[in-house]
Structure formats: C-alpha cells, structure tokens
Design a protein around this ligand. Structure first.
Ligand code: ZN
Length: 595
C-alpha cells in the first residue's frame, strides 16, 4: 500500500529510498509535553488525540521526564507514560490483600496513577515514560529515525533499539527479535509500530479518516500454555484475607517458569470452575502476573476435586468469616501469627512508614524475641536491641536505627495507609488524609487530634466518610468499623506516645498546589464549621485565592447563614454557589457537583 501510494514499483522490485522506523509499542497513557526554550511548561494527556487533561504537576513527579532539555529548544514532544512491571505487581498484590478490584494490566494502573488529583499519589508510584514524536518549527530533522535520535540527545527517554531506517526485511527481523526478548524488558510491550521513515513520504501518503496511511501497528499474540493444577492452597494475608493459590506443574510462559498463580478468591475459582487435577490454560496478565485463564473440562478424568474454603484458619484455627456482599473470606483473629508478621511488614513497607532495612527476616526475629508487640515498639528499639539480632553488627544496627527515626515524620496519608485499613488502598488513604487535614488543622498533638476526629466520625456520623474522594458506602462501612474499634485508637495513641508526628499533606504545603489552584473563592455569611478566617485559610491551603468581592473573575461563592448582596451578585453572574458541605467537598478535591 505504501509503495502504491508513493508511486513506487511493487515488491520485490528494489525501492532504496523507502525506509521504515520500527518501535516497540508501549501500551501506556499517551501524553504530550510542551517545552519552551528547553523548559517543561506543560504536560497533558492526549485523550482523543486533540484535547486532554492538564497533568503537569503529576508529570513533573516522574523521574524519567526531564524538567530541562539539553538544548533550549521550543517543541512539543509526544510519548507514553507507563508503569513498570515490578510496580504493577507490587500494587496489585497490595490491592488483592485489601480486597480491592485488581488492575487488569499496567496500562490501567499507570493511567489511574497519572490522573490522580494529588500529585503525591503519582509520586508514590514509580512511573516511567518514553517518547517517539517531536514537533518543532522549523523541523530540525526530516525523518522519524532521526527524530528519535534527536529526542534522545535532548535528554528524553527513547527506545535504545533503533537504526537509521530499515527496509521491510529489517522490520521483520526487529519484530522477530522482540517476540521473545520483550519478556525480559522491565515494562510491558504488546507489539511493534512501523512507520514510513521519511517525513516527505509521510506527507504524500496522508491520512485516511483519522489514521495515518504511513504507520501500522503489529500486535504480538498473547502467549498461552497448558499445565496442570496440582493443588489449591489458601494463604492467609495481612488483613486475614484467605487467597486460594493454584500450585501448578512448573511451566515456562512469557519468559519465566511459573509454579503458582493466585486464583484471587472463591467466587473466581467457582466462576472459572478450576479444580485440583485440572488441565488449565495459563498466561501472564499484563505480561507479569501468572493468570489461570480457564480450565479444560474435556480433559477431565473424573478424579478432579473442587476447591472449598476451609472452615478454620489454616494457621491459627480460628473460624473463617465471610464479609457480607464481598468476595473476601478472612481469619478474624487479630493475633493470628500469619497476620501479625505481615501487618508489621506492611507497616514498615514502602507504602507505609518506609523503614529501610526492616525486611521480613528482621521483623520475624523482633517479633519472636518479644521486642515488637505493638507498632509503636519500632520507635522504642535501641541500637543495642538491634545489635543483638542475628547477622547484625554495630553499623547495620545504627543504619536501621536511623531509618526508624527518619520514619517518625511521614505524610499523614502514609501513616494511615501503614495501619492497613481493610478495603482502603494507598490512594484512598491519601485522600482520607487530605480530608482529615481540612477538618483538623495541623499543629501540636496532631496525630491524637486526627485520631479523635476519625473515631468521632466513625461512631457518630460515619456517612461523612463519603465526603472523601472516591469513597462510597462499602468503604465507608469499612472505615467506620476500623476507626470505631478501640484497638485502632490504641494503635494511634501508641504511635503518638512513641513520637510519630505525621506531616500534613500537600493541601497545606507551601507549593500552593491543590484542588483550588488558580481559583478565586468568595466566602460570605456565617458557616457553622468555619470562622471567616479559617475558611479563607482553607481556600489558601487548597491552592486557591480568597477574595472579598464577587466579580466575573470569581470561580465559587460559598454562602452561609445571612448571606446577602454577594449571594445575589453571584446568582446574577451565574457563579456556582456552595453551602458548607459543598465547600468541604471542594476543598477535598471533589468538585462542586451536588453542592
Ligand atoms: Zn488465623
């Protein structure tokens, strides 16, 4: 088709001027960055290719994206933001433990991470990017392969496997080379994009509807293999969740040998009808996580056995509970040994207090020696205590001690996430922290005041948890159970006693970035929950600008009791008017809908 379009003789006649660029296709989120004189000024998702969301602050948190190019050029560059396989696996493991729906592939989780309202959430996840399109006036290069080289020279991440224009055999060889090798890459690629190299050729070929005639994508077929389920074993996780795991006859798939695959929960086992002894089809979800696709019922011999959840915890023997309306079975015993160890590991882990060096082996020893009974005990450990652990010397004990001290000040969202609230993941924990900060101003004894506030909401007004971004009735129930439990209050009290002092989230940070960035808000009348000064502080803390009078430049008017002429003016100008609830939602980043 390309040869026809360019008036070249059909293959296999030689066409030496016709060259292609072949690039691995990254199934990420398309983004467009604008650099002015070498500085990143704006970044947006591309949406349908023309309009998109401005996600500049989020993009700035991605290490692979340079704030400054190596030359002071003004250009738009396009590429994909994606989540590396390892990060995808980490986040999904955490979501499974919490009983949250899993991300189907790194694309979905990467896109979700980039669209977060709070750049802190994006920053807490390891995203990467690469670029393949350069738009500058006048163009500095005349072909795609040279554009890729130029992007790399400017300091942008580009696929390193590229050549100065391939013939069609070269394209085939490139595709063949990556069919297997792609499994060794740290990120997911599902195909190859082939482009006609020369821009003048591209221009002559043009577009048909919205698709260019000069580019085409080739998708690798998903690799599926067959194996046998030798056993299905329930594992007890941190929150007590029982996860059925298929033990498989080891088999090689997508670059590695797989012997186990999570079956997620009992409903999933039933839906796919997977039995012990079954021959099953296996693939890797998002090229990372082994997934049993289906069982092959016609291969059954009659000896296969259906899986049942055990009635008692396989570790401590406590009766297993099933939450109403969810797929989760769990061991309710808070001191179940399987739970305790993993709870501490989660508390000290990357999404929590992030104590470097507090790995599984260290935690097990601390627990066995009775040095770690409560979470606050981390902060009571001395260098001598740590030095007494196996394979610890003075230096390693000091390092771990320092890491523990550093973790006393973590953002509130991380501290809440470290608690391991059922059905609450990292994102919701950060949103919960933002909301708590709106309601409980930071200052002396903040953790204790936040704890008292959450307990009060949980016991007296739990429906208010729905003010938190993304929280619906199910999570509200979970938050209410968790924060009304005296054990939770004890944990927070213990952490406060031990000297944990969380940092307030971005809401109150000096960056001025927040849900109200660039917005002007007028507060009028009396609000039961805020003095005038507090309301204005809250607007400022959320990145907005409080103003005294209503004009066309006003974005929102918050009207309380006795609001008069300013309210009338707002109505006249068609400016959105919010009550106190609407104001709180706005501060929490939930927009003004329904206010
Ligand atoms: Zn148990």
């Amino acid at each position: 088709r390309v040869r026809r379009g360019l008036g070249l003789p059909p293959a296999p006649e030689p066409a030496p001027g016709l060259r292609y660029a072949a690039e691995l296709k990254i199934d990420g989120l398309a983004v467009s960055l604008t650099y002015e004189r070498g500085r990143l000024v704006q970044g947006a998702t591309r949406g349908d290719g023309t309009t998109g969301e401005d996600v500049t602050p989020n993009l700035r948190t991605i290490e692979a994206i340079p704030d400054r190019l190596t030359e002071p050029v003004t250009a738009d560059v396009r590429g994909e933001v994606f989540m590396p396989k390892s990060e995808f696996a980490r986040i999904n493991a955490e979501r499974e433990e919490l009983g949250l729906p899993l991300y189907a592939n790194p694309r979905n989780s990467g896109a979700g991470s980039l669209r977060q309202k709070d750049p802190a959430v994006t920053a807490s996840r390891l995203l990467s990017a690469w670029f393949y399109q350069l738009l500058e006036e006048p163009p500095a290069v005349d072909r795609q392969s040279a554009a890729l080289d130029r992007l790399a020279r400017l300091g942008l991440p580009v696929n390193s496997d590229r050549e100065p224009g391939l013939d069609i055999e070269g394209v085939m060889a490139f595709t063949e080379r990556w069919r297997e090798a792609r499994h060794d890459l740290p990120y997911e690629t599902d195909g190859v994009v082939v482009k006609v190299d020369r821009f003048d050729h591209q221009q002559r070929l043009g577009m048909v509807s919205r698709a260019p005639r000069w580019a085409i994508a080739y998708k690798f077929p998903p690799e599926q293999v067959e194996t046998v389920v030798e056993d299905i074993v329930p594992y007890v996780g941190r929150t007590g969740t029982l996860t059925p795991v298929a033990h498989l006859r080891p088999v090689k798939v997508a670059g590695s040998t797989v012997a186990r695959a999570t079956l997620h929960n009992l409903d999933e086992v039933r839906r796919k009808d997977i039995r012990v002894g079954d021959t099953v089809v296996l693939q890797k979800a998002g090229d990372v996580i082994p997934e049993v696709v289906r069982s092959l019922a016609d291969r059954r011999t009659g000896g296969e056995q259906a899986f049942e959840m055990p009635a008692a915890c396989p570790v401590c023997g406590t009766s297993i509970v099933r939450d109403e309306g969810t797929v989760r079975h769990y061991c309710p015993n808070p001191s179940c040994p399987a739970r305790v160890g993993q709870e501490f590991a989660h508390f000290a882990g990357r999404g929590g207090m992030d104590i470097e060096g507090a790995g599984w082996k260290v935690l097990v020893q601390l627990i066995q020696r009775g040095m770690l009974k409560r979470r606050g005990d981390f902060y009571r450990l001395t260098i001598q205590d740590l030095e007494s652990l196996d394979r610890f010397a003075r230096k390693s004990a000091e390092n771990l001690y320092e890491a523990i001290q550093r973790s006393r000040r973590r953002p509130l969202g991380r501290v809440l996430n470290a608690l391991g609230i059922p059905q609450v993941g990292e994102t919701t924990a950060i949103d919960l922290a933002r909301w708590a900060t709106v309601n409980v101003p930071p200052g002396d004894d903040w953790l204790r005041r936040v704890s008292a506030f959450l307990r009060e909401i949980a016991t007296a007004a739990s429906e208010r948890f729905e003010e938190v971004e993304g929280v619906g009735p199910t999570v509200t129930g979970s938050l209410a159970r968790f924060f009304s439990d005296p054990a939770t209050a004890d944990v927070l009290e213990d952490l406060a006693d031990a000297g944990v002092e969380p940092e307030a989230p971005a809401l109150a940070a000096a960056t001025g970035e927040g849900p109200l960035t660039g917005k002007t808000v007028v507060v009028t009348g009396t609000l039961p929950g805020f003095s005038r000064q507090e309301a204005e502080e809250a607007v400022r803390a959320a990145g907005g600008k409080p103003a005294a009078s209503v004009s066309r430049k006003t974005d929102y008017v918050v009207a309380g009791e006795g609001a008069g002429s300013k309210l009338a003016k707002a109505q006249e100008l068609g400016i959105p008017v919010l009550d106190e609830d609407g104001f709180r939602r706005l501060l929490a980043g939930k927009g003004s809908e329904g206010g």
